[in-house]
Ligand binder design. Structure first.
Ligand code: 1GP
Length: 257
């Protein structure tokens, strides 16, 4: 296990649950990314994810990653939508497989194309099973996912178990950027069936939604869209980070901070 994965696991253990900020280089340029990273670090975000499912080139990822690295000390974890959006300047990559895609490209062939690049760039690869649920948003469309309906938790549980038995070390329950968040009842069903840490994101815009996801069993909450909307980012992020960590600590019966 690499340095970033160890950091992520120990941050979950210490804080109960953690927040990660997702920057999509197709929607956020390096200058804005620099500001988001600075604020996110101050607000208590644990790591910065960089990636997007459409319109992202390696050059765009490089520029954003370099800006983020310059602005803060948080680890940068790539969240690639394709093998052409890897950056040699990042710390790690969610080495993800869209397990419920109908197209083998998104399950394994894109990964085959990207793996030698990951090796050449010396990126730490963190194996992640990626499930797209609900309406799935753009990523569901682009990755040709057979979307798991929100009222079919048993399907999500079966995928999650398969992911764990196949050796994936993290599981991402994705509702799609800007879409309806994954329901807490579904997160709870998955959490009670598997041991690997659960990441969730898609449509989480308020501390209440973040808290509900963690209380149901999410270990990592990812937000992207709210970072792009302007306003008082520090207050927004602080409130979300606090909600995530409070819910995590109480779920794990840790002392409040
Ligand atoms: C998308 O889950 C992430 O992959 C983030 O979604 O943009 O809705 O926060 P949002």
């Amino acid at each position: 296990m690499g340095r970033v994965e160890k950091y992520v696991l120990s941050a979950i253990e210490e804080r109960g649950a953690i927040h990660m900020a997702l920057i999509d280089p197709a929607r956020t340029g390096p200058e804005e990314a620099r500001e988001i990273a600075r604020v996110a670090e101050r607000a208590g975000t644990a790591a910065i994810m960089v990636g997007g499912s459409i319109g992202v080139s390696e050059h765009m990822v490089d520029d954003v990653v370099l800006a983020v690295k310059d602005a803060c000390k948080l680890p940068v974890i790539l969240f690639p939508g394709s093998p052409t959006s890897l950056s040699r300047f990042a710390d790690a990559v969610w080495f993800l497989s869209v397990l419920n895609s109908t197209n083998p490209y998104f399950i394994v062939l894109g990964q085959v194309q990207g793996a030698p690049v990951v090796k050449r760039y010396g990126l730490e690869a963190i194996p992640l099973a990626y499930l797209i649920l609900g309406s799935g948003g753009t990523v569901g469309f682009v990755s040709q996912a057979r979307l798991i309906p929100y009222d079919r938790p048993e399907i999500a549980v079966a995928f999650a178990l398969a992911a764990q038995y196949m050796g994936f070390r993290f599981l991402y329950l994705e509702g799609g950027s800007g879409a309806e968040p994954v329901p807490p009842s579904l997160i709870r069903a998955v959490d009670s069936s598997v041991d690997i840490p659960i990441v969730t994101g898609g449509g989480i815009r308020t501390p209440e939604l973040a808290r509900a996801a963690v209380s149901a069993g999410a270990d990592i909450v990812v937000t992207g869209t709210i970072l792009e909307e302007g306003g008082d980012l520090y207050s927004k992020l602080t409130a979300i980070v606090r909600a995530v960590e409070e819910a995590g600590r109480s779920r794990r019966h840790l002392e409040p901070r």
